[in-house]
Write a protein that binds this ligand. Structure first.
Ligand code: HEC
Ligand code: HEC
Ligand code: HEC
Ligand code: HEC
Ligand code: HEC
Ligand code: HEC
Length: 373
């Protein structure tokens, strides 16, 4: 018996090391209730949530919904000091405000870095500027992890809410989603860039997106999606023209705007929806194929779904001519050396690299080199 236990413990450990998802919790559905709830806030005569002796709404075992998720997920990379280099991104950036004096004085508030999932235990407060989702009416007062992910699980990509259930809890009621969850395939929830068990996003290993992401975001940001209005919206959920497809595949960097190989042109920082991909036949740990006709530009081509070091949860800094001068910089107040090192995940950007919009539009063809100011 003892041996058997030892063997199974070894197997569990081996599995845990080989695949981040081996120690399942949600398992594509509802996990054991005590993972998130406590019935009496008492176990062995002690409070389960010592910070809230009188208990929590919904009998949660750690503050509110976001606090409850982050109890486990902070260390996986969803709130990890900027070391969470995942597709979704690290909510830590919401707590970081950067300011600088040169070349012109400026600053960027932490809350502009993405979705302010209210979490008292981790210092994330309601977005003080955006009262609701731009382009929609989802009130930012109710935004938590469980506004997007179903805490009781489902078989959708990343347990996201879709149109099949009643939608996320919203001030005691439910908020109705019109569009289904996106179709995609991702890697482990362990996204740490500084850990041997982490599977950070790279040009090779990343979520492979198939369809429905823009429509899904539009559940809350209705008017920002091209399908809903015609003015002032970058195309999303629309086929990439053959010109854009060819540009994406050829573009390597500002230094080399042509010469890319379609078989390896995929750039983790500028993803698209591979509409005809067979997700059962590919491996998101090794996927480098560039776009083909019919593939689509979508919200996550430019944004992260959680947060990023940049404004508007940008995958890169939309306000820098050369990405090398994107804040946080080492000279910024509020930026640690780690923040500066983490802002580009592990990606290598050439010194002259201009905005990554150029991956599809190559407006940086023949441009002057970067010069420090
Ligand atoms: C991964 C965390 C998690 C697990 C596991 C979990 N819950 Fe919950 N549950 C929550 C959160 C968070 C809320 C608060 C409402 C919200 O944010 O969606 C909640 C709310 C509820 C509610 C009230 C609202 C509703 O959706 O009906 C009930 C009832 C409930 N849970 C029952 C259960 C039961 C029974 C189990 C085990 C079979 C369970 N939960 C497992 C996180 C969880
Ligand atoms: C007790 C620890 C624990 C808690 C609490 C917890 N998780 Fe998880 N979560 C895990 C583990 C372990 C995995 C990986 C295995 C799995 O999917 O079951 C995971 C995986 C996930 C994934 C990826 C699933 C996939 O399909 O790849 C999402 C999304 C997620 N959790 C969201 C949440 C949210 C939202 C909450 C809060 C409502 C939460 N988790 C609470 C442990 C936890
Ligand atoms: C459940 C509703 C909901 C969904 C789904 C949703 N958002 Fe949001 N989003 C909000 C709310 C509320 C705000 C305003 C509060 C905030 O910024 O924290 C917001 C703000 C934003 C911002 C501005 C952030 C800032 O600080 O300036 C961006 C960018 C964004 N969302 C992009 C997306 C993308 C991309 C998706 C799809 C992956 C998405 N959203 C899905 C509710 C949602
Ligand atoms: C605005 C919607 C939204 C909110 C709020 C949100 N998520 Fe996510 N989350 C997503 C989407 C969409 C993805 C898929 C990202 C991708 O693959 O590009 C995702 C991915 C994930 C993953 C997979 C690993 C990764 O980083 O990509 C985990 C784990 C996760 N979320 C947990 C959480 C936790 C914990 C919270 C709250 C602290 C949270 N999410 C809040 C939309 C959201
Ligand atoms: C081609 C890149 C690109 C795509 C695709 C894109 N965005 Fe944006 N988004 C931006 C930029 C750049 C900004 C900064 C403000 C601006 O330029 O209007 C922004 C700003 C935002 C904001 C903040 C608005 C505010 O008032 O603070 C939200 C919310 C947002 N985008 C959501 C979305 C959603 C949802 C989608 C998909 C339907 C999407 N974006 C697709 C580049 C993009
Ligand atoms: C993944 C590829 C991709 C990226 C990255 C991208 N775009 Fe586009 N863009 C497209 C596609 C596709 C169209 C639709 C026209 C076409 O297919 O030629 C388009 C159209 C446009 C248009 C013309 C819109 C109109 O109504 O005529 C502008 C302007 C534009 N993009 C600006 C940007 C900016 C600025 C960024 C970066 C913030 C950006 N794009 C990033 C793919 C992309």
């Amino acid at each position: 018996m003892k041996n058997k236990l030892l063997i199974s413990a070894t197997i569990v450990l081996a599995l845990a090391l080989s695949s981040g998802a081996a120690l399942a919790f949600h398992d594509g559905g509802v996990a054991y209730c005590a993972g998130c709830h406590t019935m009496h806030n008492s176990q062995g005569g002690n409070p389960v949530d010592i910070n809230h002796p009188t208990g929590n709404a919904y009998l949660l075992n750690n503050g509110n919904a976001s606090d409850t998720c982050l109890k486990c997920h902070a260390a996986y990379g969803q709130f990890a000091g900027g070391f969470g280099w995942g597709a979704g991104g690290d909510f830590y950036w919401l707590t970081k405000t950067f300011s600088w004096t040169t070349p012109r004085a400026g600053s960027r508030q932490g809350y502009t870095h993405g979705h302010n999932v209210i979490s008292p235990a981790y210092g994330i407060v309601r977005d003080p500027v955006l009262a609701a989702a731009p382009g929609g009416d989802f009130n930012s007062l109710y935004l938590t992890c469980t506004s997007c992910h179903d805490p009781h699980g489902n078989q959708n990509y990343r347990l996201l809410y879709g149109d099949e259930s009643a939608g996320p809890i919203y001030g005691g009621a439910r908020y109705d989603f019109d569009s289904p969850a996106p179709i995609a395939l991702g890697n482990s929830r362990r996204t740490l860039g500084n850990s041997p068990t982490g599977v950070p996003e790279t040009d090779i290993s990343h979520t492979v997106y198939k369809s429905g992401m823009s429509e899904w975001c539009a559940n809350c940001h209705t008017d920002l999606h091209a399908g809903n209005t015609t003015d002032f919206v970058h195309p999303t959920g629309e086929n990439m023209s053959s010109l854009v497809v060819a540009t994406y595949n050829a573009y390597i960097s500002t230094d080399q705007t042509t010469g890319g190989d379609p078989a390896t042109s995929y750039r983790g920082l500028v993803p698209f929806e591979a509409v005809n991909v067979d997700l059962a036949a590919i491996d998101p740990l090794n996927y480098t194929q560039g776009p083909v006709a019919g593939d689509q530009v979508m919200c996550l081509t430019c944004h992260r779904s959680h947060a990023s070091p940049f404004a508007d949860a940008g995958r890169w800094d939309f306000t820098s001519t050369h990405l090398i001068s994107a804040h946080p910089l080492a000279t910024d107040t509020g930026a640690s050396a780690d923040d500066v090192a983490n802002k580009d995940y592990g990606y290598t950007l050439v010194t002259n690299q201009r905005s990554l919009c150029n991956k599809c539009h190559v407006k940086d063809f023949g441009d002057a080199h970067y010069e420090a100011h």
